[in-house]
Design a protein. Structure first.
Length: 223
């Protein structure tokens, strides 16, 4: 999905100029990277906020249009106001078609409701990772990576090595084969199951006989 972001060149810079832009409903930003010099820009705040709500905005190659000129970029940073829903500043990085990029791509988990571990084993699937750092050429960047859970078993973990990545995409791992998702039975449910299994076994054991009150009978005869 192609996302187009509109912007204009910014002539004034500095803290005071940025404050005035924000008061006027604009967002200061910068474009850097590639073979060109950094370019300071301004964007419409409301339009940008709407686009930032889309997941694909954060993991796709964007078409940035600055005064009618198009360039391919990635959204690299969004600085928000500490307590208001207001974007303070945005950073974009230019991309070149022949240079690999590093990007965090969201993981989409599917078919958990079809998994035997969930349907018949009472397990819950925990998502350990929600995004994956990948390296690829801009043209190969996926919008998301799908994680199919239909074959997961109770106690089984899915690792990065188990994922089917699109052609040309490599996972950037900072640890050795991290876990992506795991299926486990909740402790409370496991405890209830153990209790239920133990109950029939306990009922099968005969009750201990009460000792005869021989000593009491002897005392009565003496009297």
């Amino acid at each position: 999905m192609q996302i187009e972001v509109n912007a204009r060149k910014r002539t004034l810079q500095g803290t005071g100029a940025s404050r005035r832009l924000r008061r006027d409903g604009k967002v200061p930003g910068i474009v850097y990277g590639g073979k060109e010099q950094p370019l300071v820009i301004e964007l419409d705040h409301n339009a940008l906020m709407l686009q930032l709500r889309k997941e694909s905005m954060h993991s796709s190659i964007l078409t940035l249009v600055v005064d009618g000129q198009q360039q391919q970029v990635l959204l690299r940073a969004v600085n928000m106001h500490p307590w208001r829903q207001q974007v303070q500043h945005v950073d974009f990085q230019r991309v070149l078609a022949d240079q690999r990029i590093h990007m965090k791509v969201p993981l989409h988990f599917v078919n958990a409701e079809l998994a035997t571990a969930v349907k018949f084993g009472g397990a819950l699937v925990s998502h350990v990772l929600n995004e994956l750092d990948v390296s690829c050429l801009p043209a190969d960047l996926p919008e998301f990576i799908e994680v199919d859970l239909k074959d997961i078993q109770v106690g089984q973990a899915i690792h990065i090595s188990d994922l089917v990545l699109p052609q040309g995409v490599e996972a950037v791992q900072r640890a050795e084969n991290p876990v992506v998702a795991v299926a486990q039975v909740p402790r409370a449910a496991a405890a209830e199951e153990e209790t239920a299994e133990a109950a029939p076994a306990a009922s099968a054991v005969p009750a201990a006989k009460q000792p005869e009150k021989a000593e009491e009978k002897k005392d009565e005869k003496k009297k």
